[in-house]
Design a protein around this ligand. Structure first.
Ligand code: NDP
Length: 450
């Protein structure tokens, strides 16, 4: 917990940040978490203060904003905005996903790009932090419209990326289909088949396990946290939010490890399946979301289970919670409800899935809390392995990659233990932030000022 003097320094720092980046609440939130976590570490290691690292690390290296003009199936012309925030490349080329969602703003990409710096550092792989995307809404669009949008988007983005410069990937609204359209256009414009985008399909240089990696990695991380307190996922009841990429493969791994998944959700509501999601039901969700692009309510109709319209799943009694939809999807009321109902562990698949008040409550009640930049780093870690395979012109096997993913998640957990010890509790937020920060800050100092 911070003291009054610390609070004063932190609030002064935050005031400067909010004045400089007005109205970007999510970015302020992400920075505040890091600043609070690394404060003591910086005080104990004054060379970071002398090098003014904090102020340098919160300023993106570069931001590109561009117009994307595309034509729908009825020949109407639309304009969307494209973004790429290249935040920091101290330890490797810029790396981070693309999000297509109508709610995004520049602040969203600053928050995501900032988080990505520390996450990528934790993976132990040489990758800097970036994020980008568009306010384009893929919902209800035809396949051809998605294709035309992706091509128009890449028509501009291609100038700013490259296999040793900046390597985008998927995120909300950008899956295998979109990546193929984006990479296809990139390769055509550049006449260069290099690993400039990850999350590619296997027949175009993609990596096995990449699709599964964020969800699987999140469950491996939860398993590490549980093992550390002498518990295991086997037999545990798990609540999962979302029903996209991360949610699907989180559920798959939980089931494989002997846990029971009892929920999925999307922006229209939550399905509660008390009997537990089976392999067959999971395949239904994959087909529904990945091929038919339908609503999760159909699950409730097909399997005759309750659907809670407009609700998140956190009121459902469970042992473990996996937020896997979007930022700030779990608030203080949800946190209290989860803990009251006996939940012992939260592992964030979604980026910044919990509000600061919810995180504070989890820490106060010493509930295991796997913060997103640690728990969901498996996706970008396997993206890093995809880059390595592309460079070698060689593919590792599924077993090999799964083993590497497990090892990376274990290493991330160890780094959290090393830097996150608190009295009688592992503070994974502090551990992840300090460990991620240290590596990047050391590199920035070593480069000198420029
Ligand atoms: P998908 O687009 O595959 O799925 C997103 C899911 O979240 C959908 O079920 C969607 O419902 C729901 N969702 C999105 N926005 C909202 C919202 N505002 N309110 C309620 N539900 C919402 O995305 P991913 O599974 O890839 O991403 C999920 C989270 O995981 C994001 O926070 C992302 O940043 C993070 N993440 C993803 C990684 C990856 O490898 N894909 C890597 C690391 C983190 P609906 O269809 O109704 O919009």
């Amino acid at each position: 917990m911070t003291t009054i003097t610390e609070e004063k320094t932190i609030s002064k720092f935050m005031k400067k940040l909010t004045d400089r980046h007005p109205g970007e609440d999510e970015f302020h939130q992400a920075v505040q978490e890091v600043v609070e976590s690394v404060h003591d570490f910086i005080e104990a290691n004054p060379h970071y203060k002398e090098a003014n690292i904090l102020e340098r690390i919160i300023e993106p290296d570069r931001i590109v904003i561009f117009r994307v003009t595309w034509e729908d199936d009825d020949n109407n012309i639309h304009v969307n905005r494209g973004y790429r925030v290249q935040f920091n490349n101290a330890i490797g080329p810029y790396k981070g996903g693309l999000r297509f969602h109508p709610s995004v703003t520049l602040g969203t990409f600053k928050f995501l790009g900032f988080e990505q710096i520390f996450k990528n550092s934790l993976t132990t792989l040489p990758m800097g932090g970036a994020k980008g995307g568009s306010d384009f809404d893929p919902k209800g669009k035809s396949d051809r419209e998605i294709m035309r949008f992706c091509q128009a988007f890449m028509l501009e983005l291609h100038r700013h990326i490259g296999s040793n410069i900046d390597i985008p990937a998927g995120d909300i609204g950008v899956g295998g289909r979109e990546i193929a359209y984006l990479f296809g256009m990139y390769k055509k414009i550049q006449n260069n088949f290099t690993g400039t985008i990850t999350g590619k399909q296997l027949n175009m240089g993609g990596s096995l396990i990449r699709t599964e990696a964020t969800g699987y990695g999140c469950v491996y991380f939860a398993q590490e946290m549980l093992h550390h307190i002498g518990e295991d996922i086997r037999g545990k009841v798990c609540v999962v939010s979302g029903s996209g990429n991360v949610a699907q493969y989180t559920a798959e791994k939980v089931i494989e490890l002997g846990g029971k998944v009892i929920s999925f959700s999307d922006s229209s509501g939550t399905v509660y399946d008390e009997e537990g999601v089976t392999e067959e039901k999971l395949n239904f969700v994959k087909d529904l979301k990945n091929n038919r692009h339908g609503r999760i309510k159909e699950y409730a109709e097909k399997y005759n289970v309750p659907f809670y319209e407009g609700k998140t799943p956190w009121h459902i009694k469970c042992d473990i919670a996996f937020p896997s939809a979007t930022q700030n999807e779990l608030n203080l009321t949800d946190a209290k409800e989860l803990v009251k109902n006996g939940c012992i562990c939260i592992a964030e698949g979604s980026n910044m899935g919990s509000t600061p008040e919810a995180i504070h409550y989890f820490r106060e009640t010493k509930t295991l809390f796997g913060v997103s930049k640690a728990a969901n780093a498996g996706g970008v870690a396997v993206s890093g392995l995809e880059m390595a395979q592309n460079r070698m012109g060689y593919s590792w096997t599924r077993e090999d990659l799964d083993e590497r993913l497990k090892t990376i998640m274990k290493k991330i957990h160890q780094q959290c233990l090393e830097y996150g010890q608190s009295t009688g509790y592992v503070d994974y937020v502090k551990g992840a932030n300090v460990a991620g920060f240290k590596k990047v800050a050391d590199a920035i100092i070593a480069y000198g000022t420029h």
